[in-house]
Design a binder for this molecule. Sequence first.
Ligand code: NIG
Ligand code: FE
Length: 435
Amino acid sequence: VEADNGNEPTRETRRVLTCDLLVHSAAQVLTLAGGPQRGRELGRLGIIADGAVAVSNGRVAWTGTTAEARTGVRASAEINAAGRVVMPGLVDPHTHAVWAGDRAAEFELRLAGKSYMEIMAAGGGIMSTVRQTRAASLDQLVDETRPRLQRMLAHGSTTIEIKTGYGLETASELRMLDAIARLNAEGPWSLVPTFLGAHAVPEEFSRRQDAFVDLVVEEMLPAAWQHAGGAPGGLFCDVFCEDGAFTVAQSRRVLERARELGFGLKIHADEFVGLGGTALAVELGAASADHLVYTPEADIVALGQSETVAVGLPGTPFGLGQTDYTPAGRILDCGGLLALASDLNPGTTWCESMQMVIALACRNMRLTPAQAIAASTINAARAVGRDREVGSLEPGKRADLLLLDAPDYRHLGYRYGGNLVATVIKDGVVLQMQP
Ligand code: NIG
Ligand code: FE
């Protein structure tokens, strides 16, 4: 900026931004600026060629070109991105990352022809993990989960939602919330807790399903709210609405009570059967409805006119060896907000990589890489109510950044099975990922 002060000689009063860290010379900076992306607008990456990002106090201070940064930014530390892609940290808005044990034996049963819901009806499935999780101490739960979160972070997930639901009794559900809170405090990841007390009907309540719903509504929900409702960023409540789990009427009871208490709402809907869970989510103003494989057309239309985010979980049909996926094209045609998540869990899909989820979404939900990236960043942040904090590189947001070892964003989706994330920056801190 040149200032001409009347008769005095022209003086340069260039404004220089001072910051802690400047990442420069990126082949592409994907800003994802402008908020959640609805319908066919999905895929607006906000690309800055030869881009740069300035970070101050753990927040994004500025984005622009490297040329602009050279004259306008002074940083105490610099990273030369050297032709890599720089993008916001990935947000994984649906996981069951806290559990004890594994279900490798069930994987073999499924390969031999048994279905997921058959195994569950026979007392395996979710109940098998419930037995192992109930028996685990808080320390054990934290220690089994931490390496999973470390791998998720190394693959680029900087904000991760985690559900309870393997306790199914008050004390064990609260222990799962404690495990999430402990791991969140350890960091460096940001965790979003969700109470999923209505994940399955435990064996001690078999044939007394409504009595179990009573327990969830009257005892567990208030206890969970008291325990963790003050968690920064809030607390969500989810329910598994499915044949063999909870009916729409039972799901409604749980979610209505949760809403009264102050929870944000989520639902597992239409994973195996289109029951009406998505319509319920829209009616109740849920933050998200997740799975949506067998969603009735009318519910997709309603979703498209709502603020409820549709969360596709392509790892789940893939993990189960099934061929039906969330109809992303219909959701986008109807104007819906679409996000992606891993659904990481020991039963249907032990997948810790949102990069793999993006690759699956491109092939099986027919998203473009740009759409899948927006669905895994700004829209995923919306699904957990954190879109003002994370999901894009805009001034004031958390400086959660990835450097991809790739010259073009389309390498996400195109390449799979490996890890393109070269560097993770969380809250402005450059993390040492590999030993
Ligand atoms: O989202 N469907 C319900 N819950 C999980 C599976 C949990 C499990 O099998 O342990 C899901 O797929
Ligand atoms: Fe799930």
